[in-house]
Design a protein around this ligand. Structure first.
Ligand code: DAK
Length: 261
């Protein structure tokens, strides 16, 4: 891999987009490597992912404008599909993904962060959808995911004006869950990921599925999705152990790690 770093620390995997010279801009190769990295994640061992960008300045400065500038309509469509497929893979990835946004998250970079389950950022983070200034619409799900995350009015303002917002505003509108000093960001991401990884993996996966799939349908259908995924947790070793541990009155007993089965 030229542009993606992947490391595993306990049950937490960290994917770093590593194209610092171009502010981690997403060209076809980065998208292909990100796709291959996700396919290679060992889901028996890894229970939460962190996604970040290399360097102190940038998460991802968007799709690669140099590469896009010469695309034909057909090539543009193929590039868009490559991006959309990998962003959707991330969004529906079986385990949670935390975006640790360490600087600029513009255009496709903001859209990439929005494909993750949770966003936290450094104080120097900047978010924006500058596409209309480039003569295009946000094409990696920005018009859809931003509106779902921050509401249609705020999403329309950000997208129509192409104005960037800083970390404090991103926090205020609910685009990120927390803001940290840059030097603390990765430790905080690890801490949150570690906390998620300690919980029953099948239950966590089913929660992700229930929230994602439930948001796409009306409440009557959403409740049925929840019921099914709730039921699926029963008879798992983790459910039996988690409930037996609670019911055991021996307060000296230390909770064992969940086994993912
Ligand atoms: N693409 C390519 N190179 C980029 C880049 C980008 N998005 N962003 C930065 N770079 C490169 C710069 O060209 C420069 O390269 P050298 O000149 O050193 O070779 C290097 O990174 C450092 O950048 P700057 O010199 O500009 O650094 P500054 O600190 O002055 O500025 C900045 C930082 C982040 C404010 C600035 O670089 C900037 O505004 N970058 C562009 C941000 C942007 O407009 N991003 C949105 C891109 S549009 C589609 C689906 C999705 C999309 C498109 C199509 N389909 C469905 C077909 C997505 C579109 C986008 O994301």
């Amino acid at each position: 891999m030229d542009f993606i770093l992947y490391e595993v620390n306990g049950a937490v995997g960290t994917i770093t987009i590593n194209r610092e010279k171009a502010l981690n801009a997403l060209n076809s190769q980065v998208l292909e490597e990100l796709d291959a990295t996700l396919d290679a994640v060992d889901l028996d061992a890894v229970r939460c992912l962190i996604l970040t960008g290399a360097g102190a300045k940038c998460f991802v400065a968007g799709a690669d404008i140099g590469e896009m500038s010469t695309l034909t309509k057909a090539e543009g469509e193929a590039f868009g599909k490559k991006g959309n497929d990998v962003f959707r893979k991330l969004e529906t990835f079986p385990i949670p993904v935390i975006a640790a946004v360490n600087g600029f998250a513009l255009g496709g970079g903001c859209e990439l962060a929005m494909s993750c389950d949770i966003r936290i950022c450094a104080e120097n983070a900047v978010f924006g959808q500058p596409e209309v200034g480039l003569g295009i619409t946000p094409g990696f799900g920005g018009t859809q995911r931003l509106a779902r995350l921050v509401g249609a009015g705020m999403a329309k303002q950000m997208i129509y004006t192409a104005r960037n917002i800083k970390a404090d505003e991103a926090f205020r509108i609910g685009l990120v869950n927390a803001v940290y000093p840059a030097e603390e960001l990765m430790a905080q991401a690890q801490k949150m990921a570690g906390g998620i990884a300690k919980n029953a993996p099948i239950a966590v996966r089913n929660c992700k599925k229930a929230i994602n799939e439930g948001l796409d349908v009306d409440m009557d259908k959403a409740i049925v999705i929840e019921e099914k995924l709730f039921g699926d947790c029963f008879e798992t070793e983790d459910q039996k152990y988690g409930m037996a541990f609670f019911l055991d009155k021996n307060k000296e007993k230390v909770k064992e790690p969940f086994k993912n089965c």
